[in-house]
Design a protein. Structure first.
Length: 433
C-alpha cells in the first residue's frame, strides 16, 4: 500500500492546483477527498462515502442555522433596515471629521448583528454608504477601505456564520461562542472609529465634516432603528437566556425579520421571493464547501494528518504562543487564495487537535481564528471583501481599495495582539452564562 503521508502531501498539492485552476473549493476538496480515501481504503468504501456524506450533511438539523441566519440577513436588508442604520449613525456622527466613515462602521456593526455575513455586510454598505461618502468629497480609497473593514464585523459579532461553522466542526457550544464574540466585536468597532479619528487628525483636509444634526433629528433617527434592536435582542437574548438553541434562534430570527418587515409594509411578495433565492444560493455554496470538506476530512483521518501536524508543531520547541503565531501566519497566507468559510472548514479539523494539545481555550481560539481569517478578507493581494466592493462600485481600482484598507489592517493586527495578551476579553462573558 502507498505511504499514507505521501498520499496526504500529494492530496494537498492537487487540492491547491485545482483551486488555482478555479475549480470551486468544495468540489476540489470533494474530488481529492474521495480519490485519496479510495487509494488508501479502496474505491468501494470511497464511493459509499460519496453517496452518504452529502445526504447526512444536508439533513443534519444543526446545519439549519446557516440558511436561517442568511435568510434573516437578506430580509433585513431588503426591508431597508441597513439604510435606516446608516442614516441613524450619520445623525450622531456625521458632523465629526470623517463622520460618514464612522457612521459606516457603526452601521456595519449593527447590520452584522442581524446578518452574520462579512460579504453581505460589505455588499450592502457598498450600495448604501459609498455614494454618500463620495457625495461629500471623501476619497475613493478611504470610502472603500472603511466599507471593506466594516464588513469584517459580520464574522465576529453574533450571529456569525463562521463562528457557527466553527462550533459545528469542533463541537463547541455556539451560544458561548456568540457571547464570546461580543466584547472583541465591540473592541473592533471602537478601534476602527479611533483609526478614522486618527486619520482625520493627521490629514484634516482628507476627511471633510458633514452638517450637524439637531437632537430632534437624532431622536427620530434613533426611533427608526427599533426593528433591528428588537430583532438582535430577541435572537441573542434568547440564546443567552437559554430559551433557544442556535438552530431555533436562527429560525426565530428569520421569522421575526419577516414579521417585522411585513408589519411595516417593507416587504413585497417579489422581494420575499428574491430574499429566499439569495439565501438559497449562498446556502448552497456553503453546503458545497461543507460536504467537500467532510469528504476531505475522512481522507485526512485515514492518513492521520491531524496527528502528524500536532506532533510536528508541538515538537518545534517554539512554545504555545510561538505555535499560535505560526498557525495565524498560515491563515493569513491562506487568505490570499481562499475565503474565510473555506479556510475554517478545511483547516480546523487539522489545527484544532494542536490547539487542545497546547492547552488553549477552544472558545477563545475560535474568536482569535475567526478574526484572523477575516483579516484575510481585506489584506493584499487578494481579499474577498475587496472583490465584493469592486463588483458593486465598479469604478474603483483594486489597488485603490487596498490602499484605503491598509490602516485598518494595521488596526486588526494590534487588536489581535490585545486579544492574545488578554484572553479574558473573549472568555469572561461566556464564563458567566
Amino acid at each position: 500500500m502507498p505511504d499514507p503521508t505521501l498520499i496526504a502531501v500529494a492530496g494537498f498539492v492537487v487540492l491547491f492546483a485545482l483551486m488555482l485552476l478555479r475549480v470551486p473549493v468544495g468540489v476540489a476538496m470533494g474530488i481529492v477527498g474521495v480519490c485519496g480515501f479510495g487509494l488508501i481504503s479502496g474505491f468501494g468504501p470511497a464511493l459509499r462515502l460519496l453517496a452518504q456524506s452529502p445526504i447526512r450533511t444536508a439533513t443534519d438539523a444543526g446545519f439549519a442555522v446557516i440558511p436561517m441566519f442568511l435568510l434573516m440577513g437578506t430580509i433585513a436588508s431588503a426591508s431597508g433596515m441597513s439604510t435606516e442604520l446608516f442614516h441613524a449613525a450619520n445623525r450622531f456622527l456625521g458632523h465629526r471629521r470623517g463622520g460618514l466613515g464612522m457612521a459606516t462602521i457603526a452601521a456595519c456593526a449593527g447590520f452584522a448583528a442581524i446578518s452574520g455575513s462579512s460579504v453581505a455586510t460589505a455588499a450592502t454598505f457598498s450600495a448604501v454608504a459609498y455614494p454618500e461618502m463620495r457625495r461629500f468629497g471623501y476619497p475613493q480609497s478611504f470610502a472603500t477601505g472603511v466599507i471593506a473593514a466594516g464588513g469584517t464585523l459580520g464574522a465576529i459579532l453574533p450571529p456569525s456564520l463562521v463562528l457557527a461553522v466553527y462550533s459545528l466542526i469542533t463541537q463547541q457550544d455556539v451560544g458561548r461562542l456568540y457571547i464570546a464574540g461580543i466584547v472583541p466585536g465591540m473592541l473592533a468597532v471602537a478601534m476602527y472609529l479611533a483609526t478614522i479619528g486618527a486619520i482625520g487628525l493627521a490629514r484634516p483636509r482628507f476627511l471633510p465634516r458633514g452638517p450637524r444634526a439637531g437632537w430632534p433629528e437624532r431622536l427620530a433617527a434613533l426611533r427608526s432603528v427599533w426593528a433591528i434592536t428588537l430583532l438582535f435582542l430577541f435572537v441573542i437574548g434568547g440564546l443567552y437566556g437559554g430559551a433557544f438553541t442556535a438552530t431555533e434562534a436562527a429560525s426565530m430570527g428569520a421569522g421575526g425579520a419577516f414579521v417585522i418587515a411585513v408589519a411595516r409594509r417593507r416587504l413585497t411578495a417579489a422581494q420575499f421571493l428574491d430574499c429566499l433565492t439569495r439565501a438559497l444560493r449562498t446556502s448552497a455554496a456553503i453546503f458545497t464547501i461543507l460536504i467537500g470538506a467532510l469528504l476531505f476530512g475522512y481522507f485526512l483521518t485515514v492518513t492521520q494528518t491531524p496527528q502528524h501536524v500536532t506532533a510536528f508543531l508541538t515538537g518545534l520547541g517554539l512554545g504555545r504562543y510561538g505555535v499560535l503565531l505560526v498557525i495565524m501566519a498560515m491563515y493569513l497566507g491562506l487568505g490570499c487564495v481562499m475565503d474565510a468559510m473555506a479556510m475554517v472548514i478545511l483547516t480546523i479539523p487539522i489545527i484544532f487537535p494542536v490547539v487542545t494539545a497546547l492547552g488553549f481555550d477552544p472558545i477563545w481560539f475560535g474568536v482569535i481564528i475567526v478574526m484572523t481569517v477575516e483579516l484575510g478578507l481585506i489584506h493584499p493581494p487578494v481579499g474577498m471583501n475587496v472583490f465584493v466592493i469592486k463588483s458593486v462600485v465598479g469604478d474603483v481600482a483594486m489597488s485603490t481599495v487596498f490602499l484605503g484598507v491598509l490602516p485598518f489592517v494595521a488596526t486588526d493586527l494590534v487588536r489581535l495582539a490585545i486579544l492574545i495578551g488578554f484572553p479574558a476579553l473573549s472568555t469572561w462573558l461566556p464564563g458567566h452564562m
